[in-house]
Design a binder for this molecule. Structure first.
Ligand SMILES: [Ca+2]
Ligand SMILES: [Ca+2]
Length: 244
């Protein structure tokens, strides 16, 4: 093979690696600021909607977040992400991170009356609670009572008051919850939703959510710059040998 041909091969290898490295990896982030959001809300039962609230004195960062106020009657309301794709070049779990604070009606340290859960849907199928075991930071706190008609009775959930929560506006009492979502295969589409539900009596302050991210690693590929350096280095050795 001539030096010119080898040089062309090295260049082609470099371009090919750069094309691979540009793909895959889930990197979704939503902070709802400027009064817009890619999340959509649906009031399934009770006509109690999630609403975007703009209040810089109560936000985690910037000014806008979603809020579900809990009524004194049975309600079931969801805040749903866009559909994302787990591709052939995605690997490992999807990490869900969000900032929130809540004040839900509860009985004691283990039983809640109103509460919130995170649900996952894969390929348009049934929604299911991601479960207490999915959380690595600031996970569910209570089990919702089945005695007062809560739509999420019997499930693990966020309930009671999040640490530092007060009814006064505050930018400092938000907490960060992180969960690992597993079980995806290449080609899956998926979405998550925040589902807040209340039982048959007593209203509380509800659930505030901001800064939601869903991330996953790309399958490992060689760094494009190191491959280019490798290619250039190899060509340099070849040229040196040729000059001898
Ligand atoms: Ca925000
Ligand atoms: Ca209630």
């Amino acid at each position: 093979m001539s030096f010119l041909k080898l040089r062309r091969v090295g260049f082609a290898i470099g371009l090919g690696v750069m094309a691979c490295a540009a793909q895959a990896q889930i990197n979704f982030f939503e902070n709802h600021d400027s009064g817009s959001s890619t999340f959509t809300q649906t009031a399934i039962t009770g006509g109690n909607p999630w609403a975007m609230e703009t209040n810089a004195a109560n936000a985690h960062t910037s000014d806008t977040y979603w809020r579900l106020r809990e009524p004194s009657s049975i309600s079931d309301s969801v805040l749903t992400s866009p559909t994302l794709n787990y591709t052939a070049t995605t690997t490992g779990p999807v990490t869900l991170s969000f900032w929130h604070k809540f004040g839900f009606e509860f009985s004691d340290d283990s039983v809640g009356f109103d509460g919130g859960i995170v649900e996952l849907q894969i390929n348009g199928g049934a929604w299911s609670n991601i479960g207490a075991g999915a959380f690595t930071t600031n996970g569910y706190t209570h089990t919702i009572s089945s005695s007062f008609s809560s739509p999420i009775g019997g499930q693990s959930a966020f309930s009671g008051n999040s640490p530092g929560f007060t009814t006064s506006d505050s930018t400092t009492n938000w907490i960060n919850s992180i969960a690992m979502l597993n079980g995806f295969v290449a080609g899956d589409s998926f979405a998550i939703r925040f589902r807040g539900a209340s039982d048959s009596s007593v209203s509380k302050n509800g659930w505030l959510i901001d800064e939601i991210s869903l991330t996953a690693d790309a399958a490992p590929v060689p760094e494009p710059m190191s491959m280019l350096a490798l290619g250039i280095g190899a060509l340099g050795v070849f040229a040196k040998k040729r000059r001898r």
